[in-house]
Design a protein around this ligand. Structure first.
Ligand code: ISJ
Length: 439
């Protein structure tokens, strides 16, 4: 189905929902037809989507405004009969750069694309809500199809996720020598004063021994990273974008905004003592605190025009299976109702993945990185008819396609960054995904 553009005449979305006994999440995902989406966050219901009732695409500087306007018009006219938890949502995301070119492996990922799944499954305790959405359909035929879908989902049984496929080849897009040159050049610019921070990334192409099962990979990531946002964006054909990110960009419910600053990284220790020592070192590190402070400050500044009040919590350590980060929780109260996409637009990219000043950092990223960031490090998430929604920063992620996976990882550079230490940090940040590929 062709995506809608902003200037198109809007069709009517018709949705109906039914409550069923919750099937196993990954089995439900495997039973869905492409395009597929999945979203799991620690403090939100898991949602799995399959098929496409409608898709909205846009590019250029106003891409999110155009998506928001089209979606708002669609929702205003929609016929939905069900509880709030089951209401249809748009899922998707955007490319890091607004004028993304969609170079390989990003050919199926435009500058911004959001989909209302034809079949949406929202997990709610022991139950799940199936919502079926069609364009210009009649409610009666939906009821029959919902019954069939319920039977299908309720008949699914738990399976053990398959083991990782194994890795037979690797190709780095950046050599250690090229990395040294890039980091040295960026650090010189920072020391000269025309840049305060820039995040440079690398990509790693991995050849797999067997075709990857995306639902199994997401299941394994759930075991290793239970408190991360796991996401899947899988267009109708081609590659899938998948990840388990610790970084929330923003979530909005009513006037409540939740976000946070995540920047500054170290490894995990082999013993409890070493782990604690590494955490203490990170908390005391001038370099990492400076890197972190720039992010927290920028988020606060970008939120300020929308908010009545902003609360910045205490800086602490966020421990993940492979790394630990400096983390500051930030929450806020909106002055008036705002669509989550407006706040996403204001926040992206934070200096946790871009840099400061943003325009100069963008130039350095474009001039330096020999690959297309595509949707890596960009917002991915969902929004509903009320403009509520939740977005994560798509790091600790990869594009996977049969026997090929492309992993991305980046690091924040400031005046006293060391190229070798930053190289090691990139390798550490590949681990969450690489561990699910290597056998
Ligand atoms: C850019 C990435 O991570 C970001 C950069 C961090 C850092 O430089 O310390 C830490 C967390 C993230 O905000 C990545 O994982 O690819």
């Amino acid at each position: 189905m062709e995506p809608l553009r902003t200037d198109e005449i809007v069709t009517q979305l018709v949705s109906r929902s039914v409550r069923i006994a919750a099937p196993p999440v990954e089995a439900a995902l495997a039973a869905m037809k492409r395009p597929r989406t999945m979203w799991t966050a620690d403090d939100e219901p898991t949602v799995v989507g399959g098929g496409e009732a409608v898709a909205v695409e846009a590019d250029g500087p106003a891409r999110l405004t155009r998506v928001r306007e089209t979606a708002t018009a669609l929702f205003a006219d929609a016929d939905f009969d069900g509880p709030e938890v089951a209401q249809p949502r748009f899922f998707g995301g955007l490319a890091f750069h607004e004028d993304a070119t969609g170079r390989d492996p990003w050919t199926d990922f435009p500058a911004a694309r959001f989909v209302v799944p034809e079949v949406q499954l929202v997990f709610d305790g022991d139950d799940a809500w199936v919502t079926l959405t069609v364009r210009d359909g009649d409610a009666e035929s939906l009821a029959d199809r919902l019954e069939d879908l319920s039977e299908t989902f309720e008949s699914l049984t738990e399976t053990t996720p398959a083991d990782p496929p194994g890795v037979v080849g690797r190709h780095r897009t950046t050599s250690l020598e090229a990395w040294h040159e890039s980091v040295d050049a960026a650090v010189s610019r920072i020391r000269a004063g025309d840049l305060r921070k820039v995040v440079l990334a690398q990509a790693l192409e991995v050849e797999l021994e067997a075709a990857i099962s995306v639902p199994d990979m997401l299941a394994r990531l759930g075991t290793a990273y239970p408190d991360c946002h796991r996401f899947l964006v899988e267009p109708e054909t081609g590659a899938s974008f998948v990840g388990a990110t610790p970084e929330r960009l923003v979530s909005i419910r009513g006037k409540t905004v939740e976000t946070g600053a995540l920047a500054g990284t170290t490894g995990r220790g082999d013993t409890d003592d070493e782990d604690e020592w590494l955490a203490e070192e990170l908390l005391a590190s001038t370099k990492d605190n400076h890197e972190h402070e720039l992010v927290a400050e920028a988020i606060r500044e970008q939120l300020d025009p929308f908010c009545e009040s902003i609360r910045v919590g205490e800086r602490g350590i966020r421990k993940l299976a492979t790394v630990q980060h400096l983390w500051t929780p930030i929450d806020a109260t909106l002055e008036q109702d705002e669509h989550v996409l407006s706040v996403v637009e204001a926040l992206h990219p934070t200096p946790a993945v871009g840099g400061l000043p943003p325009a100069e950092a963008f130039d350095v990223i474009r001039d330096t990185e020999p690959f297309d960031r595509g949707w890596y490090a960009a917002p991915v998430g969902w929004f509903d008819a009320d403009g509520n929604g939740s977005f994560a920063v798509a790091i600790r992620s990869a594009v996977v396609n049969e026997t090929l996976a492309t992993l991305f990882a980046g690091v924040g550079l400031v005046a006293d960054s060391d190229p070798d230490a930053e190289w090691d940090e990139v390798q550490l940040k590949y681990r969450p995904i690489l561990d699910e590929l290597e056998d």
